[in-house]
Design a protein around this ligand. Structure first.
Ligand code: FMN
Length: 191
């Protein structure tokens, strides 16, 4: 069966470095037979500014955010995908706010029983991947941490492609061998 890969692009720049890396990733993954869908998180419309910690998702049996906006179907796809890829530019040593807005809504993909000290999630045994780029070679390790820890906490395998010295938006193409590297990453994640 073809692997289902959901890519969430958190860059607000339509043809920028993140979009270019995502396209190469998709080329590699699709070439390996994966079914890939890309969601541009920066252009989704929300009813709230991110997760509002209402905790109502914890009172229903479905793994679903109760706020009916553009995040809902994306979260549903995330629960069904074999691989979720989050792609982001480095913004002040962390992910873009546009990505974080939907990432926090992932709260609805977990059920906690604090008394029994248990946590269940449909993300378990799946793969979480990160694609990130930055102007400098400082801070991508810092950005990677919350993604890697989230994967570990969720029982997911973690993979990352971190691209330093990517320059201004669109300039990532100038890094020698980067297209091949991003395509190989897509192939690896799809394999
Ligand atoms: C708001 C903002 C904050 C940024 N912060 C950093 C930073 O802390 N370190 C860095 O190396 N690059 C930083 N950059 C540069 C971007 O991470 C880099 O150019 C990235 O590859 C752009 O990806 P994009 O074209 O998809 O937007 C920042 C850019 C913006 C717009």
């Amino acid at each position: 069966m073809a692997k289902k890969i959901l890519v969430i692009n958190g860059s607000p720049v339509k043809n920028g470095n993140t979009a270019i890396l995502v396209n190469w990733f998709c080329e590699g993954a699709r070439g390996s037979g994966a079914e890939v869908e890309v969601v541009n998180a920066a252009f989704l419309k929300y009813k709230t500014n991110g997760c509002i910690s209402c905790r109502r998702c914890q009172k229903i049996k479905e793994y679903q955010c109760v706020i009916a906006d553009d995040a809902q179907p994306v979260l549903e796809k995330m629960a069904q995908a074999d691989v979720t890829v989050m792609a982001t530019p480095l913004y002040f040593y962390g992910p873009s706010a546009q990505l974080k807005l939907i990432m926090d809504r992932m709260f609805s993909l977990y059920k906690w029983d604090n008394k029994a000290d248990t946590m269940e999630t449909p993300l378990k045994n799946k793969t979480f991947a990160l694609i990130a780029s930055a102007f400098e070679d400082v801070g991508l390790d810092n950005l990677e941490k919350p993604f890697a820890i989230t994967a570990d906490y969720s029982g997911m395998k973690f993979e990352s492609l971190l691209v330093a010295d990517a320059g201004e938006s669109g300039e990532v193409k100038n890094i020698p061998g980067i297209r091949e590297k991003a395509m190989a990453f897509g192939k690896k994640v799809a394999g």
